[in-house]
Write a protein that binds this ligand. Structure first.
Ligand code: 13P
Length: 250
């Protein structure tokens, strides 16, 4: 199974900080590196394209997009623009988009559809809040989010995508899911992919864990069953700590 280490910079690192990051990002990954993806702010994408050169190869993505290809949508960017600017991946349905900006499952499905139709690989983000976890609703919530997002892929069968499980209570809080918590949710997601798309495909979709991943806990999480990669927020901003996490995936 493909291993993936992705960094979501959120609203951090303008163009000059982006150039400095790639100058200093020098992980020691040998001949079989994990897939590395960085999601800079859209305004820093061009700086990332210019400065990411050399080894290892780092793919780029956008943190959000609009589902229409163009139009009167002030402040938005489309999948085709992101692709033209050098993005190959799109985060869709990040919990900050859902909870701060009111994105619904239906919006997420439309964004997944647009990303897939235009040729970006969607990274579908799912995850429960603390209240939902306390109420024993983890599976119900992540399955609802997953199934709704998969509807966005109905016109592009066979299109590669990734799923990121990010429990909301673990994001930016320093509180990490245990490897067992991550495995349990990932197992639920894997079984749902199996039921929806078949065994072979379910084994091909990388399942990423996100939520306070750091160099100190990355290896334990990456060794957990059904955890194929990590989606890192805060610790991906620093080139040395993101490099250490990438090395933990070897
Ligand atoms: P932190 O690693 O800062 O908790 O953020 C996780 C996240 O939201 C990645 O998308």
């Amino acid at each position: 199974m493909e291993r993936v280490v992705a960094g979501n910079w959120k609203m951090h690192h303008g163009p000059s900080a982006t150039r400095a990051f790639f100058r200093d990002f020098q992980p020691d990954l040998g001949a079989a590196p994990p897939t590395l993806i960085v999601f800079p702010p859209a305004l820093s994408l061009a700086a990332a394209v210019e400065s990411r050169g050399g080894r290892p190869e780092v793919a780029l993505g956008v943190q959000n997009l609009h589902w229409e290809p163009k139009g009167a949508f002030t402040g938005e960017i489309s999948a085709s623009m992101a692709l033209e600017a050098g993005a190959r991946y799109a985060l869709v349905g990040h919990s900050e988009r859902r909870h701060i900006f009111g994105e619904t499952d239906e919006h997420v499905a439309r964004k997944v559809r647009s990303a897939a139709l235009e040729g970006l690989t969607p990274v579908i983000c799912v995850g429960e809040t603390l209240d939902e976890r306390r109420a024993g609703r983890v599976d119900e919530v992540v399955l609802r989010q997953l199934h709704s997002a998969l509807e966005g892929l109905s016109e592009t069968p066979g299109k590669r995508f990734l799923v990121a499980y990010e429990p909301v209570w673990a994001i930016g809080t320093g509180e990490t899911a245990t490897p067992e918590d991550a495995s349990a949710a990932h197992g639920t997601l894997r079984r749902a992919l199996h039921a929806a798309l078949g065994a072979e495909w379910a084994q091909r979709v990388p399942l990423l864990y996100g939520g306070s991943v750091k160099p100190e806990n990355a290896r334990g999480l990456l060794e957990a069953d059904d955890v194929d990669g990590v989606l890192v927020g805060g610790a991906s901003l620093d080139p040395a700590s993101f490099a250490a996490i990438a090395e933990a995936a070897l």
